[in-house]
Design a protein around this ligand. Structure first.
Ligand code: GLA
Length: 390
């Protein structure tokens, strides 16, 4: 997706646009973007993550058609797509793929769909690391499940949305983004075990501080980035250890001694990637204990550590992200900060004392402009609910 929506269309506008274009009364489904507090690049290594749904969402207005056609209007992009269920293939416009991928997954499971009309839009900034694509995929699968009475449960829908991204869009992402979008709960983070998919909601006390996203305005494109390469490097590290130790399935099962003994002598880069993941896996468990004790200072310190790991060992940061983290590192109003999501652009996530938020944004954006020549959008986020009918 290329265009950055400047407005935040309310579901009402999406409904109006649908009625104007297609007539009739659509079903409206809303699915949020996400933040991740800690546990980055751990989902596809069967570790833990700590995401939350945010109060920015994609809304889909949808109604079945009598024929087999698919008509979609992208409200923010002001673009149209016409297609047919009989021929689901990637579109040169790219944005339809997030919808068509879901349709293809359902078809692949033998589900009988009919044609449909759809309008979608929202205020999850695109390419900023808040998972606008997962929000759209989750809204679409939820909406199709409703209008065609497919009887799918939420976890099945999450897996379908992830498979759409993996197989149709071509990004080999983990399950975190879709899970957070679908299962989000107001004022709670989700501690998700990406191996067993067991999860627990943990209250996230926002009293006295805010979650602030500072946007590098560098658009990441995970598909063409090193994301898939990092995944492979982790698998290579696991394969090196498997030659010596039985019962190792993923980096979840690995400890530092195994990395030192079996990976380091063979490949230093693979070692650094794997070391970050193993450290981050354990760091998240410590961070959850901090949360339970209400020790946000200790929690924030771990966020800074994560950033160092992502920047120096996993190497998925970039100059702009490093600059934004460094800019707040010695600011006593900032408890923690780090790059968020896949990397190579997008936002940093910051825990900031509430009273200092405005000043922080003003200061850092001025310094960022001087450093990079770019404006720095900033978002003060609340933790919201997951996918729902609206
Ligand atoms: C992207 C992917 C997620 C996850 C993060 C990194 O957001 O979609 O599955 O791997 O990067 O934690």
């Amino acid at each position: 997706m290329t265009k950055h929506p400047m407005t935040s269309p309310l579901p009402g506008l999406i409904r109006e646009s649908f009625v104007e274009r297609f007539g009739g009364q659509p079903l409206l489904v809303k699915s949020p973007g996400r933040v991740n507090l800690i546990g980055e690049h751990t989902d596809y290594n069967e570790g833990f993550v700590l995401p939350a749904a945010i109060d920015k969402a994609t809304t889909v207005a949808i109604a079945p058609r009598e024929d087999q056609e698919i008509h979609i209007y992208a409200y923010d992009l002001q673009a149209l797509y016409f297609g047919s269920l009989a021929r689901i293939e990637p579109s040169p416009m790219l944005w339809p793929d997030f919808i068509l991928g879901v349709v293809q997954q359902l078809q692949g499971r033998g589900v009988e769909l009919g044609g449909f009309n759809m309008v979608f839009g929202g205020d999850v900034p695109m390419g900023a690391g808040m998972s606008s694509s997962a929000a759209l995929e989750c809204a679409v699968v939820f909406a199709l499940n409703e209008i065609f009475s497919l009887g799918l449960d939420k976890l099945t829908m999450v897996k379908l949305a992830q498979a759409a991204e993996n197989q149709f869009v071509g990004v080999n992402c983990g399950i975190m983004d879709m899970f957070a979008s679908m299962f989000g709960k107001e004022n709670h983070v989700i501690r998700l075990d990406c191996r067993s998919l067991e999860y627990e909601y943990k209250p996230f006390q926002m009293e006295g501080f805010r979650i602030v996203l500072l946007d590098t305005a560098v658009k990441h494109n995970l598909g063409s980035s090193e994301y898939n390469v990092r995944r492979q490097q982790c698998e290579t590290g696991v394969a090196m250890i498997q030659q010596h130790v039985a019962g190792i399935k993923s980096l979840r099962d690995v400890d530092m001694a195994m990395l030192d003994n079996y990976v380091l002598p063979q490949d230093k880069d693979i070692y650094r990637r794997c070391r970050y993941v193993v450290e981050e896996r354990d760091r998240l468990l410590g961070a959850c204990e901090d949360l339970e004790r209400g020790d946000m200072k200790a929690f924030g310190a771990k966020m800074f550590e994560t950033h160092q790991g992502l920047s120096n060992l996993y190497e998925v940061s970039c100059d702009e992200l490093d600059f934004l983290v460094k800019a707040v590192q010695d600011n006593e109003a900032v408890l923690g900060a780090r790059m968020m999501g896949g990397g190579f652009g997008g936002c940093t996530i910051n825990l900031v004392k509430a009273a200092a938020v405005d000043k922080l944004i003003a200061d850092v954006s001025a310094r960022y402009l001087a450093h990079s020549g770019k404006l720095m959008p900033a978002y003060v986020i609340n933790i919201g609910n997951g996918t729902s009918i609206t």
